[in-house]
Design a protein around this ligand. Structure first.
Ligand code: NAI
Length: 335
């Protein structure tokens, strides 16, 4: 029996979280879902964005599955997501993007995993107004922060038999900050002589990703670049509805989709739950439940390939519930 904190979140969050829970439960795995919530909806009810019980549950269970949270404007936090990543030192943001059979895109062999440093860079929240016309933001890059995310990326490449790691940077201009990141990547790379390192300047990286994305297997980069590149990668394979993610630290891991709360389609039974379902697959792999993870992944692959049940963002007509039920039927047939 696993204890997992479930944070449904805002907007489409509850819809995709319920779907994901039902899909995971269909495998027969014993998970005690401890449901707590954070975000705008909670704020309206209890006047706080993150009630203490959310922290208590994450700290007790160490594993959480989280729906998207609307970034509150002017309510204390810059972003709850950024705050949680910092608070629990979830330094490794892992975002795999790959093609699925049946989802037509301009490319058909994209399979890249982006490792985004998740706790420093330009997201440390140190901005200031110098005067009415001048503002500044601080970008902090540390040796420790850079070494550990690069190590995660190279370890992943080694474990999964990947031949290359691309390091995306702008060290030609940001010689000190990006320069340190690049220096750390080179240092880590020395321990993995079998893996080829591609050093790619971030602007060229964007061009390469939209012209020849299949050349990239593992990408490691700083916080802001990683955030942008992973949305770009999602666009290459069919959109935010199918791209999962994990935020991993030493003790705690929070699994969540790349997408946000999608207020434009919230509450309409239209959301694609695949991204959060595949985030749960990453969670099951993290827990060592690889065979259950595989069953869910196969059910998603087959359902998308057959095309009978696909949500609107993927060009289909299925509701969230119809698609989820189709996945559950497939999973039940496999166990
Ligand atoms: P978004 O990702 O919520 O939506 C962008 C577009 O993609 C919308 O048209 C939406 O309908 C569509 N989309 C997203 N996920 C989908 C899904 N699962 N199925 C079908 N269509 C989907 O980005 P947006 O509008 O910029 O952000 C909305 C709110 O979410 C903001 O407050 C933002 O700060 C927050 N956000 C939260 C994140 C998190 O909690 N991890 C991540 C990104 C944004």
């Amino acid at each position: 029996m696993y204890n997992v904190t479930l944070i449904p979140g805002d907007g489409i969050g509850p819809e995709v979280a319920n779907a994901t829970r039902a899909v995971v439960d269909a495998t027969g795995i014993q998970i005690n879902w401890e449901e707590v919530n954070a975000g705008e909806a909670v704020y309206e009810k209890v006047g706080t964005l993150v009630p203490d019980e959310v922290y208590a549950s994450i700290e007790k269970n160490k594993i959480a599955l989280k729906g998207p949270i609307t970034t509150p404007i002017g309510k204390g936090f810059r972003s709850i997501n950024v705050m949680l990543r910092k608070k629990y030192d979830l330094y490794s943001n892992v975002r795999p993007s790959r093609n699925f059979k049946g989802i037509d895109t301009a490319f058909n062999n994209v399979n890249m995993t982006i490792f985004r440093e998740n706790t420093e860079g330009l997201y440390i929240g140190e901005e200031k107004v110098i005067d009415d016309n001048v503002t500044e933001a601080t970008k902090r890059i540390t040796r420790e922060g850079s070494l550990r995310i690069c190590k995660e990326a190279f370890e992943y490449a080694k474990k999964h038999g990947k031949k290359t790691v691309a390091v995306a940077h702008k060290a030609n201009i940001l010689k000190i900050t990006d320069g340190l990141f690049l220096e750390c990547a080179r240092e880590i790379a020395k321990d993995y002589p079998e893996i080829k390192v591609k050093e790619v300047i971030i602007d060229n990286m964007c061009m390469q990703m939209v012209s020849n994305p299949s050349q990239f297997e593992v990408v490691v980069t700083m916080n802001l670049y990683g955030d942008i590149l992973s949305d770009l990668a999602a666009g290459l394979v069919g959109g935010l509805g199918i791209v999962p993610g994990a935020n991993i630290g030493k003790d705690i891991a929070i699994f969540e989709a790349v997408h946000g709360s999608a207020p434009d389609i919230a509450g309409k039974n239209l959301a694609n739950p695949t991204a959060l379902i595949l985030s749960a697959v990453m969670m099951l792999n993290h827990l060592g439940e690889t065979s259950k993870a595989k069953i869910i992944e196969k059910a998603v692959e087959e359902t998308l390939a057959e095309g009978k049940f696909r949500t609107k963002d993927l060009g289909g007509n299925a509701t969230t519930k119809e698609y989820t039920d189709a996945l559950i039927a497939k999973i039940k047939a496999k166990i």
